[in-house]
Design a protein around this ligand. Structure first.
Ligand code: AMP
Ligand code: MG
Length: 405
C-alpha cells in the first residue's frame, strides 16, 4: 500500500471503485451538454416528403431524354411551389412544376432540373439538359427515417445533437430524456497558511489560496456540479467534520493539501476518524505523487497535493477519469496525442513527470518554470506533456506524449 503505483494502475483502482451515478429524466429543452443514457429514436421521417434541393423545375426524367441547349425539350409549367407550399396535383407527362429550394416535389415527378439549365420560362419552359430518374431528388427519410436511432446512448448533447432533436420535433418541454446524473463534487482546500482573496492586507506567513479557483473553474468547465467549496485548517477532527458535512450534499469530495509526510499532513489522521477506507496513497509521478484516494460510505474522496500545479495536474489525470465513470461520460477522459517537442527539456527525470505545455499542430512547446509550486507559467497552456521516467535531457525534435486538457 505504501509503495508508489503507476498512474494507469491508480486510474484503474479509482474508476473500478465506483459505479455510474445513474439516470434522471429531464425535459429535452434543458438537456444541453448532458449525456444521453438511452438511445433516442426518430418519431418521423426527415425530410417528411420528397424535397427539392434547388431552385428549378420538377419533371419526369423521361421527358428530358435527348434534351440539349441546341434541341431543348419544351414542357408546360402547371404550378409554382415555394418552400412551405404543397400541391396535391399529380404532374403528367409533358408537364412540369416550378419549385424553389425546400419545396415538396409533387407526385409523378422523379427529378428536378436546376433553373440554370432552363430558360426559366413561366407558362412553358425549355429544358436544356437530359436528367436521370431521381436526379436532384431528396427522398423522404434521407436524413433519418421514423424509428431510426437519432442519437446513441452516451452522446453528449452538443449544439448539433440538439439540432437533430429539433429536426425530429423532439426539442420541447413535454419530451423528457433520460440523461446520466451529473456528479456533485464538494471541494475542500486544507492549510493553516491559506486565506481567502477577501482578506487584505495579506497577513505574515499566509498566502492566498488558489486551488479553489482553479479546481472550481475546471469542475464547471467539465460539466460537474460544485456542491460546496470550503477551506479547512490543518486539524484532522475539523476536516473530518467538514468531509462528513460535505458528503451529505455531494457524491464525492475533492481535497487539496495535507497528503504528504509532514507533521501537518492531516489526511492520514482524518480518514480513520471518518472510518473511510484508503484505497491508494502515492503514485509514481511528478508532481503530486502523494495522491490519496479513499471511500467514505461508498463515496469517493480524492485527495490531491496542495501545491498548485500538482493539484491541477493530478486533477486532470485522476479526477477526470473518476468523473467519466460517475457521469457515464466517456468524453471526459483525457485525449492523448503524440507531439514533437519544440522546447528541449533540460532536466534528467528519474520518475515519470507531467509538465505544462502548449500543443498546436502536432507540436508542443513548454513554458519556463516547471516546479509544482508555480502557477503563473500555466497561463495559456492547454496540455500536460509527459516526460518519461529515466529520460535524460530531451532534445527538441523528439516525440513525446501529450494529454490535451
Ligand atoms: P501541502 O500539500 O499541504 O503540503 O501543501 C504543499 C504546498 O502547496 C505548500 O506550499 C502550500 O502552502 C501550498 N498550498 C496548499 N494548498 C494551497 C492552496 N489552496 N492554494 C495555494 N497554495 C496551496
Ligand atoms: Mg498543507
Amino acid at each position: 500500500m505504501e509503495t508508489e503505483i503507476s498512474v494507469e494502475r491508480a486510474v484503474e483502482l479509482i474508476t473500478g471503485s465506483v459505479q455510474p451515478l445513474g439516470v434522471e429524466e429531464i425535459p429535452a429543452t434543458q438537456a444541453h451538454r448532458r449525456v444521453l443514457a438511452a438511445p433516442v429514436r426518430a418519431p418521423i421521417d426527415q425530410p417528411p416528403w420528397p424535397r427539392s434541393p434547388l431552385d428549378g423545375y420538377a419533371l419526369h426524367a423521361a421527358d428530358s431524354a435527348l434534351a440539349s441547349r441546341e434541341t431543348p425539350a419544351v414542357l408546360r409549367v402547371t404550378d409554382t411551389i415555394y418552400a412551405g407550399g404543397w400541391s396535391g396535383e399529380a404532374v403528367g407527362s409533358g408537364e412540369c412544376v416550378r419549385l424553389m429550394t425546400g419545396a415538396p416535389i409533387p407526385a409523378g415527378c422523379d427529378c428536378v432540373i436546376r433553373q440554370e439549365d432552363t430558360d426559366v420560362g413561366t407558362e412553358q419552359v425549355q429544358i436544356f439538359k437530359s436528367l436521370r430518374p431521381w436526379e436532384n431528388y431528396c427522398f423522404p427519410g434521407e436524413d433519418f427515417k421514423k424509428g431510426d436511432i437519432l442519437l446513441a446512448a452516451g452522446t453528449r448533447l452538443s449544439g448539433n445533437a440538439l439540432g437533430i432533436l429539433a429536426s425530429a420535433g423532439l426539442l420541447r418541454e413535454e419530451v423528457s430524456l433520460p440523461v446520466c446524473r451529473v456528479p456533485r463534487c464538494a471541494l475542500l482546500c486544507t492549510g493553516d497558511e491559506l486565506v481567502p482573496n477577501t482578506l487584505h492586507p495579506l497577513p505574515p506567513g499566509k498566502i492566498y489560496s488558489s486551488n479553489e479557483a482553479v479546481l472550481c473553474a475546471r469542475l464547471r468547465e467539465l460539466g460537474m456540479e460544485v456542491a460546496s467549496v470550503r477551506s479547512a485548517f490543518d486539524d484532522a477532527a475539523a476536516l473530518a467534520a467538514e468531509i462528513r458535512e460535505a458528503m451529505k450534499i455531494a457524491d464525492m469530495v475533492l481535497t487539496t493539501g495535507g497528503v504528504s509526510v509532514g507533521a501537518k499532513d492531516i489526511l492520514h489522521e482524518t480518514l480513520p476518524l471518518l472510518g473511510a477506507e484508503r484505497l491508494l496513497w502515492r503514485v509514481a509521478l511528478k508532481p503530486g505523487s502523494p495522491l490519496m484516494y479513499s471511500l467514505y460510505e461508498q463515496k469517493p474522496i480524492l485527495s490531491l497535493s496542495g501545491n498548485p500545479f500538482a493539484a491541477s495536474a493530478t486533477f486532470e489525470l485522476f479526477a477526470r477519469p473518476l468523473f467519466a465513470q460517475l457521469a457515464g461520460a466517456a468524453d471526459l477522459a483525457l485525449q492523448v496525442f503524440p507531439a514533437v517537442l519544440d522546447t528541449p527539456f533540460q532536466k534528467h527525470s528519474g520518475v515519470r513527470r507531467f509538465v505544462r505545455g502548449v500543443f498546436c499542430g502536432g507540436h508542443v512547446t513548454l513554458p519556463e518554470g516547471h516546479s509544482s509550486g508555480l502557477l503563473r507559467s500555466a497561463a495559456g497552456t492547454n496540455c500536460l506533456a509527459e516526460i518519461p521516467a529515466d529520460a535524460g535531457p530531451l532534445p527538441a525534435g523528439c516525440t513525446i506524449t501529450v494529454y490535451l486538457l
